[in-house]
Write a protein of this length. Structure first.
Length: 216
């Protein structure tokens, strides 16, 4: 099963993809996580992407398409993948179509997660991640069970993204509206677009996604 989670920054794509990966065993391919790893490692890609990401703009289609192309051709993706954060432009969507065709993969569902802009800002501003295992949290909506300790791995180190502030969020939202939102009609026309209520609680969003995947 190959799916795309499509939604604005903070919509809950990473949260749901992480849960699906754990339960269903299909691989989460988060281009944001891949880019942040590249920045941390100081690779050529990281050097090119760092400032763009900090401004909240989009990294070039050429770099992104190359990144995903390498990744989905790896053996662990054969049983299925969840694209989280890709495609984000029409050029990326077209390149993805071509890659899928060449690799004989099909695109099963594109799941739209719709969330109000005000709620999005509150979500990104309160977001933090375990520095060791990558589990995502939120100060208000998904705190750790024991304050300051990761539920999953027990680590006491957490990280916050530089771009998760109200100011950069404005640029990220503008990029989403101008460049990513046009993908909704693109996939709707192909009959693969399904919508879930991204404003609902995490468990309910997950239930709706599983229902889509089950074909109900
Ligand atoms: P969000 O939580 O906003 O959905 P991501 O972690 O997916 O953010 O992405 C963080 C940043 O990485 C984006 O603002 C952008 O600069 C860059 N990025 C991630 N995926 C892509 C992509 N497919 N195309 C271009 N830039 C991307
Ligand atoms: P995205 O990958 O789309 O940028 P995340 O999954 O990282 O979004 O979610 C952004 C923040 O909002 C995280 O801190 C997460 O814990 C929280 N969050 C995710 N889904 C919900 C939800 N349904 N209700 C409230 N908070 C949520
Ligand atoms: Zn952890």
């Amino acid at each position: 099963m190959n799916i795309i989670l499509l939604g604005p920054p903070g919509a809950g794509k990473g949260t749901q993809a992480q849960k699906l990966q754990n339960d269903v065993g299909i691989i989460q391919l988060s281009t944001g996580d891949m880019l942040r790893a590249a920045v941390a490692s100081g690779s050529d890609l990281g050097k090119k992407a760092k400032a763009v990401m900090e401004r909240g703009e989009l990294v070039s289609d050429e770099l992104m398409v190359g990144l995903i192309k390498d990744r989905i051709s790896q053996p662990d993706c054969a049983k299925g993948f969840i694209l989280d954060g890709f495609p984000r432009t029409e050029a990326q969507a077209k390149a993805l179509d071509k890659m899928l065709e060449e690799g004989s993969h099909q695109l099963d569902d594109v799941i739209e997660m719709e969330v109000d802009e005000k709620a999005l800002t509150e979500r990104v501003v309160g977001r933090f991640t375990c520095a060791k295992c990558g589990t995502g949290y939120h100060e208000k909506f998904k705190p750790t069970k024991v304050s300051g300790v990761c539920d999953v791995c027990g680590s006491t180190e957490f990280s916050r993204r530089k771009d998760d502030n109200a100011e950069t969020m404005k640029t990220r939202m503008a990029a989403y509206r101008a460049q990513t939102e046009p993908l909704l009609p693109y996939y709707r026309a192909r009959g693969v677009l399904k919508k879930v209520d991204g404003m609902a609680a995490m468990d309910e969003v997950y239930r709706q996604i599983r229902a889509v995947l089950a074909g109900t």
